[in-house]
Design a protein around this ligand. Sequence first.
Ligand SMILES: [Zn+2]
Length: 502
Amino acid sequence: MAKATTTIRQVLNYQPEYGAWFATNAALFNQVAAFYFEVIAAHEKILDLTNKDALTALEKLTHTTQKNPTPVMPLTAIRDDIPAMFRRAAINAALGSARSFYSHLSKWRSRREKAIAKGKKFHERPPVPLRSWNKSATLYAGQWRERAGSSIILKVWTGSVWSWIKVRITGREIPTDVEMGSPSLIRRGNQWWLHTPIEKQFKSPGKIEKHVTANAQTKICSVDLNINEHLAVCTIRTVEGSILATTFIGGGQRVNGLRKKQLGRIARTRAKTGIIAENEQDNVNLWNKIRNTDEQVAHLVSARIVQFAKEHEATVLVFEHLGNLKPAKGTYSKRGNEKRAYWMKGRIFKYAKYKAYNAGILTSRVNPRNTSRECARCHGFVARYNTGQPAEDYTMGAPLVACHQCGMRGNADRNASLVIGSRLVARYQKPSKEKPHTPLKAGRVSKDTGVVISQDAKSVGTRPSPGSARHGDHNEHGTAQETGAGMVAPAHDIPYQLRFPF
Ligand SMILES: [Zn+2]
C-alpha cells in the first residue's frame, strides 16, 4: 500500500469577536512553543530521544503534578490552566523547530571545523534560532469536538478563559475514505481558516519498468516544459507507439510579461536608491508578487498536466531533466526572468510529481540532451524555423520543425514531448529494438545514461546523440510526429489556456 497526504483548506465563518480570540489563542500557543524551545535549548540531549520520549521528558521538566511537585522549569510561569492537549501540540511544534535548528547548527559546526582544519578562513554565519514565533495553533483531539460537514466546535483561549465556540465551515469537505490529522487554525489576512491534513491509503502503483514492459498498451504522458507561450506540451502515447492526444498548456507570454515588468520595476528602484546588498529584500511587495505569481502558475500548470494524464488514463508521467541553468546575457530583468522561469519549471515538475502520485500515476525523467533537436520519428536532426521562413537551419525557439531525413513536419514543442516519451520507452526496451533508424550524424554517445529517475528504475538507453547542443534551459525544442508519415495533428490538439486569477 502507498500513502498520499494532502491538506483540506476550509474557510471558517464565525462571530466577529472570535477572530480576536483565534489570534489570542495563537499568541499563547506560540508563547508556549517558544518556552519549550528554551527548555530544549537548556537540555539539548532531549533531541536524541524520539518525539514520544522527548515529550515525556519535557513534561517532566515543566509540568507540575502531585508526583512532580517542583519541575525544573515550570510551565505555570506562563499560565497554570493550559490544557494538556494544547501543551502537547505546542511541545511538538517546539520539537520540530528545535530539531531543524540544531541539525542546521551541527552541519554549520562541522563545516567550520573542516575549514579550520584545512587552515581556511570561515566566514559563514551560524544559523540563528527563531526570533519571533509565528506558528499556527494545531488542535489536538480534546481541543475540538463535534466536527460535522458544515460546523465544528473549538476550544480556544480568549485572553481570559478557555472557551468552546461553534464555527461554521465552508469549502471542500473531508473525503470519507481518508485518515484525518489534527487541524490547524490558520490566518490569511483577516480571515481564519481550518487546515486539516488527510492521509489516503491506496494500492501502490508499482514500478515504472513493470508498467512499460508488461503491457504494450500502457499509456505514457510525456511533457515538454517551456518558457515561451506553451508552458507545457503534453502528449499521450502507448508503449508500442500510437500517439493518442496532445495538449498545449498556454499562458506563458502573460506570465513572462508580468514577471518581466515587475523585475524591471525592481531594477529601476535599485538604480534610484543606489547599490543594495545582495539578498536584501528591497521591493518586498514586488518580490512577493513575483513569487506568488510563479507559485500559482506552477500549481495551475502541474494540475492541468496531471488532469490531462488522468483523462487519458496514463499511468506514467515523463519529463526531461532540467539540466543546469546557464547564465544568460542581457538586462537585469531579462536575466532574472530566465532564472525564475527555470525555477518554475523545477517547481512544475515537483508539484506534478506529487499530484500525479496522489492519482496513482508514476513520474520519471529522461536525459534532456537534444530533445528539441531530434526528430521524434527517425531520430535525425531537425530544422527549426519560423512561419514563413524556409525549413532550414536551427533557429532557437522557433515554433516549427522539419526533418529532411523522413519528411516529418510539425510543432517544435510537440516534437520535443514525443522525443521525451520515446526516451522513456527506449530505456526499457532491448538494445536491438531501440534504434529502428540510424541517426544521420551519430555524434558522441551521451554520458548520462538515458534518464535519471524519480523512481529507481534501471536506466540503460544510451543512444548516439545527434549533436552536442543541449535542450534543457533554453527554449529550443524540435518537433515531430512519430506515427506514420504525414501524420496530421489530431483533433484533440486544442491549446488549453489557463485562466490565471491575477
Ligand atoms: Zn525524421
